[in-house]
Write a protein that binds this ligand. Structure first.
Ligand code: UDP
Length: 244
């Protein structure tokens, strides 16, 4: 048994090696950051909750023929994943206008988009993760045209599966961010996490624009009850998973 070795520590997760070079271990932290890490804090129990939600959603997506890096969840806040080279792109899918889309276009918060919007951002903290045009994406050699087509198709498939699943949980999937990686055969796998840290989730039972928020916007906007909102998302995901 070789000692595990820390490969990388990010804002919300730590990545370790395992005895198998093809498999890595992700540890989910309680640490929370927002606005490119200008706001920092901690959300009690977040590591376990996000690890559990992500694990369930990756398994749901695998069942719908979306290849992910998920292997298993050996402990409450650890996930084994396939080793991939992460593409330096954040792929955002939006169903309803919120966040930076409203700020940058003037669209009113809550506007239902006629069709899902897929956007590519440059995953680069030093530059503040800027929105890319396709020409800039190709200029910087961040992916090939064929990979962009695949990423868009996969992101839309994830959106169909997750929107339907969250609908059954009484939750509206407003928008979310995905990251993808390449395995040794250059196959694209869905990676990172899918959790209230990376999705906007609105409770359908509560029309109040603040009370309905079940995601990291509670932390970003100091809305309070962050832990209980995350916990509530997990409870609904678990209940819905048990039913299906
Ligand atoms: N998002 C994320 N990480 C980022 C940026 C965005 O997980 O670094 C998620 C965010 O939680 C939301 C979606 O991507 O669900 C769209 O975010 P937006 O572009 O509106 O940015 P924000 O308003 O969060 O700055």
């Amino acid at each position: 048994m070789t000692a595990r070795h820390k490969l990388y520590e990010g804002k919300a997760k730590i990545l370790y090696t395992t005895d198998d070079p093809e498999i890595l271990l992700t540890y989910f932290k309680d640490d929370a950051t927002a606005f490119n890490a200008q706001k920092r804090g901690s959300i009690a129990g977040k590591g376990e909750i996000n690890c559990a939600i992500s694990s369930h959603l990756f398994q749901l997506l695998e069942a719908h023929h979306v290849s992910t890096h998920f292997v298993d969840r050996p402990t409450a806040n650890e996930m084994h994943v396939r080793a991939v080279t992460i593409l330096p792109l954040e792929v955002v899918v939006r169903n309803i206008a919120a966040g930076s889309l409203c700020q940058q276009t003037g669209l009113e918060l809550g506007t239902v988009l006629e069709q899902p919007l897929v956007e590519f951002y440059y995953k680069n903290d030093a530059l503040g993760d800027p929105l890319l045009t396709l020409d800039r994406l190709f200029l910087l050699d961040l992916a090939t045209a064929a990979q962009v087509d695949q990423l868009r198709a996969k992101a839309l498939q994830v959106n169909r599966v997750l929107s339907e699943f969250f609908q059954k949980c009484g939750i509206t999937l407003v928008d979310f961010k995905l990251e993808f990686g390449l395995d040794r055969e250059q196959q694209i796998l869905l990676a990172d996490e899918i959790s209230p840290d990376t999705c906007r989730l609105w409770d359908q039972a509560d029309p109040d624009p603040n009370r309905r928020v079940m995601d990291k916007d509670r932390f970003r906007r100091d809305l309070g009850d962050v832990e209980s909102a995350y916990q509530q998302v997990l409870q609904r995901v678990l209940a819905q998973t048990a039913q299906s």
